[in-house]
Design a protein around this ligand. Structure first.
Ligand SMILES: Nc1nc2c(ncn2[C@@H]2O[C@H](COP(=O)(O)OP(=O)(O)OP(=O)(O)O)[C@@H](O)[C@H]2O)c(=O)[nH]1
Ligand SMILES: Nc1ncnc2c1ncn2[C@@H]1O[C@H](COP(=O)(O)OP(=O)(O)OP(=O)(O)O)[C@@H](O)[C@H]1O
Length: 714
């Protein structure tokens, strides 16, 4: 039997995006549970939580560790990027984005700065290690750090079928400087007088081999041309944002099509470049993606300006709509774009900072969660937390800075691995994480706990072959560390209502630091990640999702997963005895596949439409096959389209669909359509028009019935 360890490879921490490479981290999480062993689970809030923390903090926090801030910036590969590095460091140390991993250009620490490998798109410890079927080899670097075991459960099961669908090769994406061959003086027409462009490309190529792909280099040059002369609010050349966005995508292993679209993502909105131009030069795949991102950006702007997502129900519809209306990969690009914007938010006015942070917390962090990209979710949440609740953020940072102990996590992994080996218990994945700052904060508020009562700040997850091994491994865990009484939960014998199965225990490391250990089989893990007990649903709480939403999220995760390189890792090591296989061969699902939803092809799913009227935007749900006429007839007395005098005003309004007048009211509504109810009078804003109508009524009624204010009682 092969005993192996896979250490989760995480996406880079905040700072890595710009210059500092990734850090690889082991995402351990010790979940401290409520004392009850009842199956009711906590769920983290989706909405920002406001509240004082002081009362929640009690003196002693978990053991501090000198290594908690062992991240070091070192030479900044992107020194031209100006952003608050110290904040990033803080965020970094306080998030779960440390990964123990491979990395080739590293010093002797397992915390590396310059890891170039893409990270599993399936986030954190969970994702990273979710690759099943394969026997994982535990590899260490010469320096003693852990090497990416390559697989997570899902990873493996997808990899099996991914074949040549993924156009990016893992493991070879870090390249030596002298290998670089980028044609700066070729026919692409880049302005070689711009040394920053040359530097940007070189740095990107140093980090990811994908930036040496012909199509990616071509896209880089096109982006350079398109944004030449444009500057960001930070004073940086605009191109830098495009490259950072593309690098984030490369980090999670996106294919070259996605990276190319990432480089061009702003060209349609902010430059001369048209859809047709992109189509001609890069093909329909890229052009559609860029157009999809552009549409998402417009909707996001609308929602932000109208504060639409502050209502939970509308936020929910927006999440769903975003995933359903565009190719899920466009959402991925939009998320990368937003993550970089959040990292450079300091350059905007305080009002804008707040608006962006609020929208990010309401819309984009949940989207990252739904897509299973935990590393982005964590970074987005922590950045929002810092901007929206600076006092609480500082308080938490100060309190927890010394509490995150990655060294403790690695040594716990080693200890457990050795003990399992000794007992002859094979396993597929052994990984760990520490809980993010925002997740701890949310949990404290939600469950009214002090920081001392959070027992899952450090956590391990072990994935074994079968149920019997789960219990055997639990015995091993309890023989290594002392068990915290009342914290053992057997969700295998007593699954949760949603089907979630796992063994949970909390033990004390060195007698002082609580460590949560979760033990499950591969099948249980897939259920916990992708099934009804999926982590995103658990975190979103008690929402009642229609099967449409669930299938749609499944589909989006599926698409994103398949298009990310993580799955192509170590293809050669795929074992023929893989026990978990993808339901169908990518890219199509079979008829009866549970994940067979395809955006816009569903006949029975609802349609979410943006309706703008009276300067207000709402996200409304309509049954499939509804028409513009259905939308109009939904209005009735009480609707804003009726004047306060009870006179229907809607006849005066003419609907516009996606900025074009609607001539046929039987036109079917589609997911993500924007319907404006605009006045027919040209050259008048809606507000002015309404005021005019109002004045007209006021005058008319006042003349006819002097002294009487209709509609105002009496
Ligand atoms: N995917 C998934 N994970 C779950 C679910 N329920 C629990 N978990 C995981 O298990 C951890 C601990 O769950 P429990 O042992 O039930 O703990 P609790 O009593 O709800 O609360 P805490 O101890 O405060 O976390 C959570 O932090 C999750 O990581 C679920 O339904 N789905
Ligand atoms: N003990 C653990 N070991 C490894 N990974 C874990 C562990 N517990 C949770 N995770 C993973 O860590 C990521 C972040 O989870 P997070 O800490 O925000 O929430 P949670 O611990 O799962 O739930 P809650 O906050 O309700 O306790 C998720 O991908 C989750 O699956």
């Amino acid at each position: 039997m092969v005993v192996a360890t896979t250490i989760a490879l995480y996406a880079s921490p905040p700072s890595s995006v710009c210059s500092t490479p990734h850090q690889i981290s082991c995402d351990l999480d010790l979940t401290s549970r409520s004392s009850s062993t009842s199956p009711s689970m906590a769920s983290s809030p989706q909405k920002p939580i406001v509240g004082g923390l002081s009362s929640l903090f009690s003196g002693a926090s978990v053991k501090s560790s000198a290594s908690s801030c062992s991240y070091s910036t070192g030479v900044d590969e992107f020194s031209s990027v100006r952003y608050d590095r110290s904040d990033d460091l803080k965020d970094l140390s306080l998030s779960s984005s440390f990964c123990y991993s491979p990395a080739k250009f590293v010093n002797s620490s397992y915390l590396r700065r310059d890891h170039q490998s893409p990270i599993s798109v399936l986030h954190g410890p969970v994702s990273c290690s979710c690759s099943p079927p394969m026997r994982m080899s535990r590899d260490r670097n010469l320096d003693g750090s852990f090497r990416l075991g390559a697989s997570g459960l899902f990873n493996g099961f997808v990899r099996k079928a991914v074949g040549s669908c993924v156009d990016y090769e893992l493991g070879s994406d870090s390249v030596l400087v002298d290998e670089l061959t980028f044609p700066m003086e070729d026919g692409f027409g880049v302005d070689t007088r711009k040394p920053y462009a040359r530097d940007l490309l070189r740095r990107a190529q140093l980090r990811h081999k994908i930036f040496k792909d012909e199509s990616v280099i071509k896209a880089f040059y096109e982006a350079e041309k398109a944004h030449r002369g444009q500057m960001r609010a930070s004073g940086d050349p605009y191109l830098q944002h495009c490259v950072e966005t593309a690098m984030l995508l490369a980090n999670i292993g996106a294919s070259s099509t996605v990276v190319v679209a990432g480089l061009l993502h702003d060209t349609m909105d902010d430059s001369f470049m048209s859809y047709d131009y992109i189509l001609r030069n890069f093909g329909a795949g890229v052009a559609d993606l860029v157009e999809g991102v552009s549409k998402l950006s417009q909707l996001s702007k609308l929602a932000r300006e109208n504060n639409t997502a502050c209502k939970t129900v509308e936020a929910d519809r927006l999440h769903t709509m975003f995933l359903a209306m565009a190719d899920a990969r466009a959402v991925l690009i939009k998320l990368a774009d937003r993550l970089h914007n959040m990292k450079t938010l300091y350059a905007l006015s305080p009002v804008k900072q707040q608006r962006f942070a609020k929208e990010t917390l309401e819309i984009f962090a949940p989207l990252a969660n739904r897509l299973g990209i935990s590393t982005w979710k964590v970074q987005l949440e922590n950045l929002c937390f810092k901007h929206l609740y600076p006092n609480q953020h500082n308080e938490m940072s100060t309190m927890l800075e010394d509490s995150f102990d990655e060294a403790m996590i690695t040594s716990a992994i080693e200890k457990l691995e050795q003990a399992l080996k000794k007992e002859g218990i094979s396993f597929h994945v052994l990984c760990g994480r520490h809980k993010s700052l925002y997740s701890i904060y949310s949990k404290m508020l939600k469950k009214k706990l002090t920081v001392d009562e959070i027992h899952d700040i450090h956590g391990l997850r072990l994935i074994v072959d079968n149920e019997g091994d789960c219990y055997k491994a639990l015995g091993v865990v309890h023989s290594l560390w002392s068990e915290v009484p009342g914290k053992l939960k057997d969700y295998i014998t007593h699954p949760k209502f949603n089907g979630y199965q796992s063994l949970h225990t909390v033990v004390m490391d060195n007698g002082t630091v609580p460590l949560e250990v979760q033990i499950r089989t591969q099948e249980m893990h897939l259920q916990a990640e992708f099934g009804f007990a999926a982590h995103w649903r658990y975190k979103e709480g008690d929402c009642k999702y229609s099967s449409f939403v669930l299938q749609m999220v499944e589909w989006a995760r599926w698409v994103v997963t398949w298009h990310c390189e993580a799955m192509s890792k170590d293809r050669s090591s795929i074992s023929s005895s893989d026990s978990i296989k993808p339901p169908c061969k990518f890219p199509s699902h079979s008829e009866d596949c549970p994940a067979s939803y395809k955006p816009n092809s569903s006949q029975d799913g609802p349609v979410y439409v943006i309706v703008i009227e009276n300067d207000k935007m709402s996200v409304q749900e309509f049954p499939a096959s509804s028409t513009v006429s259905d939308l109009l007839s939904r209005a009735g007395p009480g609707s804003s389209r009726w004047s306060m005098y009870g006179i229907p005003a809607k006849e005066e309004l003419r609907p516009r669909l996606n900025q074009r007048p609607v001539s046929d009211l039987k036109w079917k509504l589609k997911m993500g359509d924007v319907v404006e109810l605009t006045p027919t009078i040209p050259d008048e804003s809606l507000t002015e028009y309404r005021e005019e109508i109002q004045r007209m009524y006021d005058r008319g009624l006042a003349f006819s019935r002097p002294g009487t204010m209709v509609g105002w009682g009496s």
